[in-house]
Ligand binder design. Sequence first.
Ligand SMILES: Cc1cc2nc3c(=O)[nH]c(=O)nc-3n(C[C@H](O)[C@H](O)[C@H](O)COP(=O)(O)OP(=O)(O)OC[C@H]3O[C@@H](n4cnc5c(N)ncnc54)[C@H](O)[C@@H]3O)c2cc1C
Length: 468
Amino acid sequence: MAGIVDQGRVTRMTSPAPHTSRPRRLADWWRRIVDRDPSPGGDRVERDDEPIDVTSPRRGPTSPMADGTPPPNTDPPVVPAERPGATNPPAGRDGNTPIWEVAAPTADGLDLPPLAETAHADLCVIGLGGSGLAAITAALDRGLSVVGVDAGAIAGRAAGRNGGFLLAGTALFHHDAVRRFGRDRALAWYRATMAEIDRLAAEDDQVRRVGSLRVAVDDTEFADIERQLAVMGDDGLPVEPWEGPEGRGLLVPTDAAMNPLTRCRRLATRALEGGARLYADSPARTVSGRRVTTTDGTVHCDQVVVAVDGALGSILPELAGRVRPLRLQMLGTAPTDEVALSRPVYARYGLDYWSQQPDGRIALGGGRDHGADEEEGARPEPSTTVQGHLDDLLRTGLGVTAPVTHRWAATVGFTATGLPVCEQVRQGVWAVGGYNGTGNVIGAMLARVALDLAHGGSSDLADELFET
Ligand SMILES: Cc1cc2nc3c(=O)[nH]c(=O)nc-3n(C[C@H](O)[C@H](O)[C@H](O)COP(=O)(O)OP(=O)(O)OC[C@H]3O[C@@H](n4cnc5c(N)ncnc54)[C@H](O)[C@@H]3O)c2cc1C
């Protein structure tokens, strides 16, 4: 028995369970959930011969339901054990703070002013998350002058509040992507995103090239994993069967993990050093290819990249029908040695996911299906229903007793096709987003593609990835 002191409390920690018991614990937890509420269970899972409805991409930290319609939430209300305001430690300063703040560089120097003047630039980027910042640094590399505006702070939304997984491929598992998009296109996406992970890892030394696991909660999911293994194997993609303390499934050795807030703050620092003019608290109000107005300022420019993912439809109403805003949630714990997870894990077709940080903290998310309709267009705040599911997974599924120190939520954009948007929507206005919950890799990649299209006029990658 060991003990740690966390936020003034001594927490009892049990010895790590024997490796063989943890997968069984996860399977038991899942069986209990299915018994309680059959709708999110194995019977919901698509069979291989069924058409894919990509309003419900099946992988990635945020995969929604298999039939595209969220099931009715028949869960008995589950009250998070350590919700803000309860007797337990608060879940972040304001009850909505990502665990990434613990290890990220401070935001000193990134305390940006609002835009309160008329500015001129070659390029205006709207949205200072991972995607917008990637577009900005690429534009600087091209020698362009850039103004970037954000409605809030640098990485104040999903880019600084996600799971930190860097996964290759689209939001669909590769075998599903092959069925939906055809082998050539699915492979093009897979290879391009693998190359993007290489690039992210080369650019940022905190990216951990540890691979990722997909584990099964039941036999049905395991059969699907076997199909994924077979198709990826046939296509020569890096993948191996996995059986270990996390469960049984597959390992993608080339995937990676990172602190997403660290990445964005580093990118923003680089952008400022490179001469970009960045403004916070400056929501874009009107957007045309040559002029962006914010609450108190105006940017005159030659091209605009709008990189706001889940907010695309609110800035560009022509995309409102294609990109749906959905809320996703996570929690984080104090450092623990109750588990020893060396790489990110996703389970239940990506509906649940977790990883352990270098300091032993666990970041765990998912359960969007338990929130069902509540999550669509919702305020980006933790909710009792989904947080209750996450607590249950943490305590019962993983057997972790460490205190929950953080809870958080953010909004992402989902598309019906399963592919993101990357196109000119108005003369000189390029939109990127709708990453279906897996935008860390794809967002950075497509923001650069948008820049190539906007300022270079063409992109070979765009031709490979999108039907033209
Ligand atoms: C809980 C959770 C877990 C996730 N896990 C993962 C994961 O592990 N791996 C992964 O790849 N993806 C994950 N995602 C998805 C990923 O976070 C997003 O796809 C990605 O962050 C999108 O980045 P972005 O820069 O395009 O958009 P955002 O991060 O949403 O940034 C857009 C920015 O635009 C700004 N903005 C909005 N409206 C305006 C306006 N009118 N004017 C100016 N600025 C505006 C916002 O303030 C925001 O800063 C997760 C998301 C969540 C919420």
